[in-house]
Design a protein around this ligand. Structure first.
Ligand SMILES: Nc1nc2c(ncn2[C@@H]2O[C@H](COP(=O)(O)OP(=O)(O)O)[C@@H](O)[C@H]2O)c(=O)[nH]1
Ligand SMILES: [Mg+2]
Length: 306
């Protein structure tokens, strides 16, 4: 596959790939060129993204996995959720639309003889692009262990404090309840835990699997997307659940930019072909090639290449 590197737009096809594409298709006729482009886009879609979701039993891992895939707990193909632990081996869930995006529901941590190093070996840690550690309650020793070990293995994790709705409901019973203060206190507890293991500026994402649009899910999505290598970024972005307008706008932009780039590539080629046909036709007065289809402008070109 062609190398992908950062260019002006965050989501567009890198300049180098565009140049390569242009070079390749300049020597081809239009149908072959379109096939080349289709093949390139197919290659992009083969980029795999593996996300490992870890946390104590009952912390909301399976609920998170379902939410990520845009599924409810009772939807067909969703991960089982509930009051008893159901995940003893890593279980892979494919994104319903982007098959190469895999979210792994990992076995629960925090059992009495939990050892983070053994756990990570067991779940084959190399496989994951990053981890999401979920805690539904206070920051505990098992979180410390797991976070440390993930870092030691050279991987990245995002720390999620789940079930925020439940924590708020519980705190609301107090007379002097204050929402912001409650959220700050929850966040602070986890931040302190992470600081103790040497993370200078820890970020904790507060999430409710039942109220996805509230709290920090969009911040988490933003952060994950920014910190991934460029070639994985588009894959993640397209797979994210549509909970915010902002994400939808970005998705639209990601698709449009690729379409525009490829369209531009094709236009150049078409121009060249037209010029040579004109030259030829003025030489031997043949009509304009009937085999040359006129490409529709901009986004509707997606119909041709998808
Ligand atoms: N109130 C509330 N309950 C949740 C949330 N996420 C999960 N749960 C419930 O917590 C229980 C355990 O969730 P599950 O996803 O099965 O946890 P897992 O064992 O970590 O996979 C289930 O009854 C879920 O419905 C949440 O954000 N808010
Ligand atoms: Mg589970």
């Amino acid at each position: 596959m062609m190398a992908r590197s950062k260019v002006s737009g965050d989501y567009s096809i890198p300049q180098k790939d565009l140049e390569d594409l242009k070079d390749t298709i300049t020597s081809q006729d239009l149908p072959t060129a379109i096939n080349t482009i289709k093949e390139y886009l197919k290659q992009q879609d083969l980029v795999e993204l593996n996300i490992g979701v870890a946390g104590e039993s009952g912390s909301g891992k399976s609920t998170f996995v379902n939410a990520f895939r845009g599924l409810g707990d009772e939807d067909k193909g969703s991960a089982k959720t509930g009051v008893v632990e159901t995940t003893l081996e890593p279980e892979v869930y494919h994104h319903p639309k982007y098959n190469n995006v895999k979210v792994w529901d990992l076995p629960g941590i925090g059992t009495p003889n939990f050892k983070a190093d053994e756990y990570l070996q067991q779940v084959e840690f190399e496989r994951y692009d990053f981890f999401i550690i979920i805690a539904s309650d206070r920051f505990r020793e098992c979180h410390t262990q797991l976070a440390k070990e993930i870092m030691r293995m050279g991987k990245k994790f995002y720390f999620v404090r789940s079930k925020i709705d439940a924590s708020i409901t519980a705190e609301k019973r107090k007379k002097n309840f204050d929402l912001e203060e409650t959220l700050d206190a929850i966040r602070e507890d986890c931040v302190n835990g992470l600081r103790k293991i040497g993370i200078e500026d820890p970020v904790v994402f507060l999430i409710s699997g039942w109220e996805l649009g509230k709290y920090d899910l969009n911040l988490l999505q933003d952060r994950m997307e920014k910190e991934l290598p460029q070639h994985k970024r588009r894959v993640l972005l397209l797979a994210l659940p549509n909970i915010t307008l902002e994400i939808n706008e970005k998705k639209k932009k990601a698709l449009e930019e690729n379409i525009h780039s490829v369209h531009w590539c094709c236009c150049e080629k078409r121009e060249k072909e037209e010029k040579s046909i004109h030259k030829k036709s003025s030489e031997d007065t043949e009509p304009l090639s009937s085999g040359l289809k006129v490409l529709p402008p901009g986004p509707s070109f997606s119909k041709v290449i998808h």
